[in-house]
Design a protein around this ligand. Sequence first.
Ligand SMILES: Nc1ncnc2[nH]cnc12
Ligand SMILES: [Zn+2]
Length: 344
Amino acid sequence: MPTLSPSLAAFLAEMPKIELHVHVEGTLEPETIFALAKRNGVALPYADVEALRAAYAFTDLQSFLDVYYAGAGVLLTADDFHDMVFAYLERAHADRVVRAEIFFDPQTHTARGVAMATVIGGLTAGCAAARAALGIESVLILCFLRHLDEDDALATLEAALPHREKFVGVGLDSSEVGHPPEKFARVFARAQALGLRLVAHAGEEGPPAYVTSALDVLGAERIDHGVRSLEDPVLTARLAAGRVALTVCPLSNLKLRVVDTLADHPLGRMLDAGLAATINSDDPAYFGGYVGQNWLETFEALGLDRDAAIRLSKNAIDAAFVDAAGRAALHAQYDAFVAGFDPV
Ligand SMILES: Nc1ncnc2[nH]cnc12
Ligand SMILES: [Zn+2]
């Protein structure tokens, strides 16, 4: 594997970043899971931290989700949600993340009797605390679990409406294959009518046709993952022409066996095809690295250069759910970094 030049490594480490694809429940570190289990008197199906970590040998998306939902079962109080998102934002800040658009899975919690107000209230307070303490911006995106039925998603959206101002959009995650976007057409139409932004996981394990229907049936503005899009030239041309952002998560794809090695990752080919790809961490506590690590390992494995870093960063700024002034400020901040970067 080629090693990064010290100059490119420093550039990647120090540049301002935007994270558009991170599941807050996927930021729970094993030690935190055990600490919260103790604090809340929740029994875990793992003897200790080592046994839990040993379960992180995933073979596919479902093998990960089974462990991820078990881990999320320790979250009960608003403080738990506050502390989880604050810890993530602290860690992201250390990676020079200036803005994070954070997914949460309310059905994982409401199904266990945790109130929607507890989930959203705790997360919102944690984001506000991180903004005040660190200056990091963040917004929340409510995801529907696609292995559940659409009526459950509709009821979840209604239950969240008293907190409408606390999340900017909705997404679709969990087990992809066998749960096509079409299953969620009504709930996405309802979310759109409410003025919410729309994203969906598609083309992670599922076929390119799921990406097409996420666009056509759900009205998704960004595609989460979308790495299988390249298998369909018509879709690829459409995504490129429309500058549809794809929130790619390389270490996730490696851990969940979407690719055999990072050197096989399609990110470089996606950029060559003109796709508006971005780099993100997905579930960093489970996949061996936060967003900074995703940048470093991917650039090393694929031999990408500084121009690619600038394109990927600009793609993320263009895809962020901010107004025109906010976008201009993010571009200006990034441009100032590039202009002022002092190679080592
Ligand atoms: N990578 C992923 N794909 C689908 N659903 C998820 N939920 C958390 N991480 C996910
Ligand atoms: Zn994801």
